[in-house]
Ligand binder design. Structure first.
Ligand SMILES: Cc1cc2nc3c(=O)[nH]c(=O)nc-3n(C[C@H](O)[C@H](O)[C@H](O)COP(=O)(O)OP(=O)(O)OC[C@H]3O[C@@H](n4cnc5c(N)ncnc54)[C@H](O)[C@@H]3O)c2cc1C
Length: 401
């Protein structure tokens, strides 16, 4: 059976210069960068907290800003958010590794910086609240509990996004838009080319447990290496694409059952044992991305791009450094749209490197800065964008190191 939705008039509830859709690390970075240039910025988030997978998803390990050989490669908001996440203390990953960022956070020696990577484990709730605080201080209008569900188009541009929340259906108009939904929702809704992750994701069920005075993160469900055949334990496992409402709902229930099973394997609830926190969002790594003007590949390490907007390392491997071309954030079809975070334009094996927290912050800052500058992103002079990013603490090129 099919039904026809009746045409209706939708009120425009606000007009902005930049509208960022999705408030994960990428969206927080984009909104912060845009608002700090002085433009009127809206951040729309479907849940009721900022941080996305990093906070609501309990992925509390801020992976490295360095190359693993003693050089910091990601700067600007990526570093600001890492420091903010541990402003009031950090979570120890284990007794043996109390603080990963040793040698980086407060100076340290070159030897320490070669030995340890510039990464931290943070407390999700503290980080989420601090993200709200810095966005408010920058003047960002945050709208929680609101899903972006359609785009109103005119002449290869998005004129407004259509949203659903407690107030019903509304529209928000803006000059430029940033897709920080992680799933390229706005790219898809606006008609930009997108690519789906066909291989699918294995089940992840990270959660927090209290055991014998210790509060610890149980990291269950590994990330497979995309460029290798599935590990023996992954063979035959169900895989999730993450773009279907029913599938995500079933996946979440399966994760909950696995969590309970793992928790109970160490005993029931007592004064010394509690199941502390479960994720409030599906823990899914790669779903859909923009198919942009450029698609960055894993082989392009140490490649210099004229339009580079920042650099990232490889969390799996010491050594490689990547410049990120601005063209991988923008669409050939929609002029006033930039994508960032988990859903900018990268090849399948690069996706596994670029989907983690530091690249999300690097691409978020660039997308927000660019969106604040123009509503014709393909025509933006990347030299002007680079100058603004440099002013804001970013080192865009390998030659800047
Ligand atoms: C199991 C697992 C383990 C991981 N481990 C690590 C790790 O150890 N370290 C690390 O650095 N990274 C890790 N990652 C990856 C990393 O956490 C994420 O890829 C990164 O945080 C993504 O940030 P993002 O802002 O691009 O997207 P997300 O965090 O997914 O944020 C997107 C936001 O947009 C909102 N949104 C989505 N659709 C809409 C819509 N239509 N309307 C309005 N809002 C919307 C969502 O609610 C969410 O808040 C892991 C991921 C998983 C799943």
């Amino acid at each position: 059976m099919e039904i026809i939705e009746r045409e209706r008039r939708i009120p425009v509830a606000g007009e902005f210069d930049v509208c960022v859709c999705g408030g994960g690390v990428a969206g927080v970075s984009a909104a912060l960068a845009a608002a700090r240039t002085g433009v009127k910025t809206l951040l729309i988030e479907k849940s009721f907290m900022l941080g996305g997978l990093a906070t609501a998803g309990l992925v509390t390990i801020y992976l490295p800003l360095c190359d693993g050989e003693g050089r910091q490669v990601s700067f600007g908001i990526a570093e600001e958010l890492l420091r903010l996440s541990v402003k009031y203390g950090h979570e120890p990953r284990s007794e043996k590794r109390p603080l990963d960022g040793a040698g980086w956070l407060d100076g340290g020696t070159p030897e320490q910086r070669r030995e340890h990577r510039f990464m931290v484990q943070f407390n999700a709730a503290v980080f989420a609240i601090l993200c709200e605080r810095i966005l408010r201080e920058a003047g960002v209008d945050i709208l929680f509990g609101t899903s972006v569900c359609a785009a109103d188009m005119r002449n290869e541009k998005i004129r407004a996004v259509i949203t659903e929340n407690k107030s019903g259906r509304q529209a928000f108009a803006a000059r430029s838009f940033v897709d920080a939904t992680g799933d390229a929702d706005l790219c898809k809704l606006s008609g930009a080319s997108t690519v789906e992750f066909q291989r699918g994701n294995v089940l992840a069920y990270w959660y927090y447990e209290h055991l014998d005075e210790q509060y610890r993160l149980r990291m269950l469900g590994f990330a497979d290496h995309i460029d290798r055949p599935p590990a023996p334990e992954a063979r035959g496992q169900k895989r999730y694409l993450g773009l279907d409402g029913r599938e995500l709902s079933d996946m979440t229930q399966e994760a909950h059952e696995k969590i309970l099973e793992d928790f109970l394997s160490r005993g029931g609830v007592t004064a010394r044992h509690a199941l502390a926190t479960i994720a409030a969002t599906p823990q899914i790594r790669m779903t859909r991305r923009l198919d942009g003007l450029y698609t960055l590949q894993k082989e392009e390490k140490f490649t210099a791009f004229d339009d580079s907007i920042g650099m990232i390392g490889n969390w799996r491997e010491r050594g490689p450094v990547y410049e990120i071309p601005f063209r991988s954030l923008i669409s050939g079809e929609i002029k006033n749209l930039a994508a960032c975070g988990r859903c900018f334009s990268v090849g399948e094996t690069m996706w596994d490197i670029s989907r983690v927290i530091p690249p999300c912050a690097v691409t978020g800052q660039a997308a927000g800065t660019a969106a604040a500058m123009t509503d014709d992103l393909p025509a933006l002079d990347s030299g002007i964008l680079q100058k603004q990013l440099e002013k804001d603490g970013v080192k865009p090129r390998l030659s800047d190191l």
